[in-house]
Design a protein around this ligand. Structure first.
Ligand SMILES: [Zn+2]
Length: 346
């Protein structure tokens, strides 16, 4: 089963593809129930067990929730403050596009806002206190602290899954959904059954998680609905693990994780044509979230579509992982999917 020609493997490329946009979306659960007085309550907190409730899903953009700019001053003396709820830094560029009667020397400014935290950006003032004033601004947010230089060599990392052997379905510059998207150009898609343990490729700090998306499909409307874990590494790079199964993420933002630790379980959420992991190491370079070339430990060459990756790491090493109940089933499914892929080759 392990030996296959690269030409045949190349045909596997078509099977599982996905698109991850910049990840600036956020999902939350909303619970609707009646309190003891019969009044409707809408809350993000689950009611007590004996209360009937309906659950809805809220989707808001991350730009409005996890990183935001607000006026902490007054209408006449605005103080623009950036609030970053992510557990890692972001770079913010504020553009004052239009202004009248304001003391502004520089209409474009940049800051690095550590997370979670706040940073005062600007105290805005009228030039002539007796005349009215106005301003219009917009903001660009890039995840991560900027790299001064891109690494010269590909980053060496561990495999992002445990206990199985899976085929790369799309690799660097994959034409289906990686090419043309700087944050995904050096991403790999690895075809794997749902509920495969996803593990950290390096030590780091969990910067962000999305756990609550459940929809998926081959349609742009799902492009921002992948469940993810983002881990910040010591060298300012970030690993993105995407399309994870809802409610299986085993780590929290701010948590320190070590290489090989279970982060969650694979799934098929978001813009995806089948169960797989979309994985990329990214960095903020030139005010853009860009993916970086990687090599998996034990595989000296660049990851290629059709290549088989084998992890000997035992499943469920860290007991804190919220492991789905069907681990046994998962190992059977691995064979099924490989068999199916082989069938499609003929
Ligand atoms: Zn992908």
């Amino acid at each position: 089963m392990a030996v296959r020609s690269s030409i045949r493997n190349a045909k596997l490329l078509l099977l599982i593809i996905s698109l991850i946009l910049s990840g600036l979306t956020h999902a939350a659960k909303l619970y609707k129930y009646k309190d003891e007085n019969g009044r409707w309550v809408f809350s993000d907190q689950k009611p007590q067990e004996n209360v009937d409730y309906e659950q809805e899903r809220l989707v808001v953009t991350e730009a409005q929730s996890k990183v935001s700019i607000s006026n902490h001053g007054t209408k006449l003396r605005p103080i623009l403050v950036a609030v970053n709820q992510l557990h890692g830094p972001v770079e913010i560029v504020l553009h004052i596009d239009q202004h009248t009667n304001m003391k502004i020397s520089d209409t474009k400014r940049r800051w690095i806002v550590p997370g979670p935290g706040e940073k005062t950006l600007l105290y805005l003032e009228r030039d002539d206190p007796y005349r009215s004033f106005g301003y219009r601004w917009r903001v660009d947010v890039t995840l991560g602290e900027p790299l001064e230089m891109k690494p010269i060599k590909p980053l060496k990392i561990g495999l992002p899954f445990a206990g199985g052997e899976f085929v790369i379905s799309q690799a660097f510059f994959g034409v289906y959904s990686h090419k043309g998207h700087p944050e995904s150009e050096y991403a790999v898609d690895i075809a794997m059954p749902r509920n495969t343990p996803i593990v950290a490729v390096r030590d780091g700090i969990v910067m962000d998680t999305e756990n609550d998306f459940s929809r998926s499909g081959w349609d742009m409307q799902y492009a921002d609905e992948a469940n993810i874990v983002r881990v910040l590494h010591g060298d300012k790079t970030m690993a993105l693990y995407a399309h994870l199964e809802p409610d299986t993420i085993a780590v929290r933002p701010g948590e320190r994780v070590s290489q090989g630790q279970t982060l969650g379980f694979s799934g098929n959420t978001g813009f995806s044509s089948g169960p797989h992991l979309h994985f990329a190491v990214q960095a903020n370079y030139g005010l853009k979230l860009q993916s970086l070339p990687i090599r998996f430990e034990g595989y000296p060459k660049e990851p290629k579509a059709g290549q088989l990756l084998v992890s000997n790491r035992p499943v469920g090493v860290n007991s804190s992982a919220n492991k789905p109940t069907s681990t046994k089933q998962t190992s059977n499914k691995i064979n099924t999917i490989v068999e199916k892929l082989l069938e499609l080759l003929n």
